[in-house]
Ligand binder design. Sequence first.
Ligand code: ZN
Length: 226
Amino acid sequence: MHMDEFAQIFAQFQDHLAPRLDVYEQAIYLYVLRHTVIEGKREEIIGFKSARKKLAFGIGKAGTPPSEHIIYEKLRTLETKGCIKIVGSERSGTRLQIVLPSEIPDLLPVASATIKFNLEELDFFALPENRKLILERENWHCFYCLAKLDENNHVIEHVVSRPEGDNSYRNIVGACRRCNNRKGSSSAEDFLRSLYRVGILSGDEFPLRLSLLNRLLAGELRPILP
Ligand SMILES: [Zn+2]
């Protein structure tokens, strides 16, 4: 198993599964994970008579491991929650199968890849509710000159004008009316430079606006979807 694959499993465990488990269930699940998936298998016989001493301290009596009785009770609740499968009892212990967080029904939210795909498809120019998301991304400041925007003074504008530029969040910004009027057909970079020359952008602000422009075009400035 690759490290990033395990990192993903662990993040899914911590973010989505752990909140549904009590501390014993979490400790047992991690122990089973350690002895299955990390060893490159899905099933293992675990002898809880000794394993329980390596899991965690008990809650009832401080400093002592959880009792075997508690462990078997928690194995059953873990199975009910769909996190493991108890295959059977053997001489050396209980044969268990791990169920990964991604395999537990309704545990993970809709894959972020799907949301990203949709985001790329969204029209941020034509749809009023999406125009609002652009203004929120801009924190209600002009993308070019940083002037404060409000309900009356704002335009949603194309960085690269149509037909070359599209209506994606990579090409749509919120701007003040003055910048929208002055920019005309000049490139965003040239326009920012002209704002710097006339002193509307300071020597500190100008390079920051340029790098933000590059990040916008690279698709790094994603509006936050509701
Ligand atoms: Zn402006």
